[in-house]
Design a protein around this ligand. Structure first.
Ligand code: PLP
Length: 380
């Protein structure tokens, strides 16, 4: 057999998989707080739109960059809600936020480049970078900085090979959210070092008691590529629709790349996404409020047990401090807790070395189960 591509072989498997495999293999019931999937059904009008598209026979190829009506609706949405002035030509509809990220990286980096990625951060940032034969360089997000990027620390990580920085707000796994000042400062950091800024905003609609700010709103030099998703906002993870918003020449290149990757996004799913944007938004607000209520119930429980955590300001995860109990190997600790107590959480090291001593619990689980699971975790 010929050799496999080394970069494909080297790409690490997600650390959550080990927890998932063990959870599935256990004989008894497990409370699963390890995955980030909305617990709500996809809204009825969104499902109806996909079915209606199928019934109309909308089962052919569409333009690489997406249905014109959807691109126009997205351009309007990012203008109204994200402060991004974008023409429909600057929007590329993608197969989820993940593919928007991959297209954004494919269009901007090459083999041997370095890409600054958050640590802790969503593992796919490093995975996609490695697939493109570039090197992910983790930038630590630390408790003393409020788990937010620190520009002076970032400056120190830039080398002659650094080509891009990935920023994620609201953050998975931290739930931290960039304020206006930092969103702008990150743009200026990218200007200063002539970097691309790839901004993952897949949780833009889920913030608590504060606003989401898109770094692209401060882009003065056409260097910000913003990735969004319908998956979390509208509880439609399996329909696989996201989008990239980028300066015109980059959007055109990204659309060209789609031909080699997916040709176009599933057309009925694009109609579902259009219905999501054009339909009632109270479903989004209901889900957001539920996540916030779960956050409050969960943090009250942790407070009552004296367990530390980072209070999430967005997304739907809780970052819990188990440094005093996990003995320096949170991965082994999480697997042990799963075996003994039947509760699954994501070990912090899944998200980078800075996650040692922390675990991520998902607020996307029904409240009773969430509280039962957290109770078992703090007693473990
Ligand atoms: N970005 C972040 C930070 C995520 O957590 C996820 C999913 O978990 C995604 C992007 C991609 O989601 P999707 O590809 O379903 O849109």
């Amino acid at each position: 057999m010929p050799a496999l591509a080394p970069n494909a072989e080297r790409m690490p498997r997600s650390g959550i998989r080990e927890v998932m495999d063990l959870a599935w293999s256990l004989p008894g019931p497990v409370i699963g707080l390890h995955v980030g999937e909305p617990s709500f059904p996809t809204p009825q009008h969104v499902r109806d739109a996909a079915v209606a598209a199928l019934e109309r026979g909308e089962t052919r190829y569409a333009p690489n960059a997406g249905l014109p009506a959807l691109r126009a609706a997205i351009a309007e949405k990012v203008g109204a809600r994200n402060g991004l002035r974008a023409a429909p030509e600057q929007v590329v509809v993608s197969a989820g936020g993940m593919e928007a990220l991959y297209v954004a990286l494919s269009a901007t980096i090459e083999a041997g480049d370095e890409v600054l990625v958050p640590d802790p951060g969503w593992p796919n940032f490093a995975m996609a970078t490695q697939l493109l034969q570039a090197a992910p360089v983790p930038y630590p997000l630390q408790p003393e900085d409020g788990f937010l990027p620190d520009v002076a620390r970032l400056d120190a990580l830039v080398t002659g090979r650094t080509k891009a920085i990935v920023v994620n707000s609201p953050s998975n796994p931290l739930g931290s959210v960039l304020d206006e000042r930092l969103a702008e400062a990150l743009c200026r950091f990218a200007d200063r070092h002539d970097l691309w800024l790839i901004s993952d905003e897949c949780y833009d609609a889920i913030t608590f008691e504060r606003e989401h700010f898109s770094p692209g709103a401060w882009d003065e030099q056409d260097r910000v590529l913003s990735c969004f998703s319908f998956s979390k906002t509208y509880a439609m993870t399996g329909l696989r629709v996201g989008y990239l918003v980028a300066p015109p020449p980059i959007a055109a290149t990204a659309a060209k790349l789609q031909e080699a990757l997916i040709a176009c996004v599933n057309v009925p799913a694009q109609y579902a996404a259009l219905a999501a944007l054009e339909g009632p938004q109270d479903v989004v607000e209901e889900m957001r409020r539920t996540y916030m209520e779960r956050r409050d119930a969960a943090t009250a429980l942790l407070d009552s047990r004296g367990t530390g955590y980072l209070r999430p300001q967005g997304a739907f995860y809780l970052w819990i401090d188990v440094r005093g109990r996990s003995g320096g190997d949170v991965n082994a600790w999480a697997l042990d807790v799963l075996r003994r107590r039947g509760v699954a959480v994501a070990p912090g090291t899944t998200f980078g070395p800075t996650g040692e001593g922390w675990v991520r619990a998902s607020l996307a689980t029904a409240t009773d189960e969430l509280l039962e699971g957290l109770g078992r975790l703090v007693d473990a």
